[in-house]
Design a protein around this ligand. Sequence first.
Ligand code: BG6
Length: 489
Amino acid sequence: EGEPTVSITVVGASGDLAKKKIFPALFALYYEDCLPKHFTIFGYARSKMTDAELRTMVSKTLTCRIDKRENCSEKMEQFLKRCFYHSGQYESEENFADLDKKLKEHEGGRLSNRLFYLSIPPNIFIDVVKSASKSASSKNGWTRVIVEKPFGRDSESSAALTRGLKQYLDEDQIFRIDHYLGKELVENLSILRFSNLVFEPLWSRQYIRNVQLIFSEDFGTEGRGGYFDNYGIIRDIMQNHLLQILALFAMETPVSLDAEDIRNEKVKVLRSMKPLQLENVVTGQYKNHTKGGVAYPGYTDDKTVPKGSLTPTFAAAALFIDNARWDGVPFLMKAGKALESRRTEIRVQFRHVPGNLYKRSFGTDLDRATNELVIRVQPDEAIYLKINNKVPGLGMRLDRSNLNLLYSSRYSKEIPDAYERLLLDAIEGERRLFIRSDELDAAWELFTPLLKELEEKKIAPELYPHGSCGPAGAHYLAANYNVRWGDTV
Ligand code: BG6
């Protein structure tokens, strides 16, 4: 009786994601007093471990987000006391029934809500969901399951996975995570657009020349080759993270902020897009490179990657939305590993000013005179707008300047990790930032024909040096649409 309990079972508790992201996010939520009063956390995995060993493992990655936080170690101790471990096989109904007994002891007869986080490889998703739902789902409260990508490799395997999950769960019990949706600046896209008069009226083909979605990392796939080689950058980043950002960016105004209204608009815009064509895509793979006396390995130098692998670690693509708002506007995506720097940003290049009085000040390169809005998702979160301005003085010289909202100067509060937002939402039943199955289907439909063609035709990726700005092909692709990548000018 009284307040309900929430138990969170992290299945695959000894994996990397659990250690690096899930437990630290849960602790941060606890620290901020965001977890329900009665909560218990269980780690579930095959290996034998005691509660104490789990706590030691978890505590190694717990940090307070800012150093000078008060009573952090005290809070950690309290948090760890609420963490337990249960060892079991993934397909065993019996082992999940034992977990159920332990959960019941903790619940002490209160209304029980249960959240399962599947931090495991996708080939065992269904086994776990089957045994957990049969033996360990809540009898009087809700049961929810968080799943992480990969959600299949193409339309067919993704649909099969969805069918499998839906044998045991309703759609509203499935929380498909795309952690980019939990990032502060991605969430802010809607606020920027829909609560500022100065942006939404410009948000169309009439004023926007092109939109760029750029993801780059300055490290390779070392150690993750086994996973990565089977998926490649298009499935790893574009089909999910970048496409989700695109959908939020380009969707029509939702009827309300309700999760279903938002997701309806996202599906609509995804379904208005044309599937990707091979000629609108460039792929690349990093090769070894020595810089400053340090030798950086190439993708295929990794022991976990098959020799001669053609898996792309870089891709650039041009996408189009076939609707009244965006007809003809190129949406350019670029994603790569082992590049010069780590960053994710959205760049919106506006059209030329018609009959610009000042065009002579820009010489022949009028593109340089257009406004550009940059939303830097990470690192150094910022929103800035490039405008033309007169250099102060008696002459008449124009200058490109930034109206700059740099988060670290404007806000003193640190930015929570994406997993904190998403875990909290899953506990609260807020589905806005999770992917509905029809969204997922639409996303796969855009990429599946291309992925198959790349693989069937064994298209060789263009090699680029580790730490460079990627293959030159990306520039030619953009040039086909009269676009210059904003991050390289
Ligand atoms: C994951 C990808 O989804 O996102 C990784 O599988 C990638 O390859 C990671 O490194 C990037 O996430 P973040 O939050 O570190 O930018």
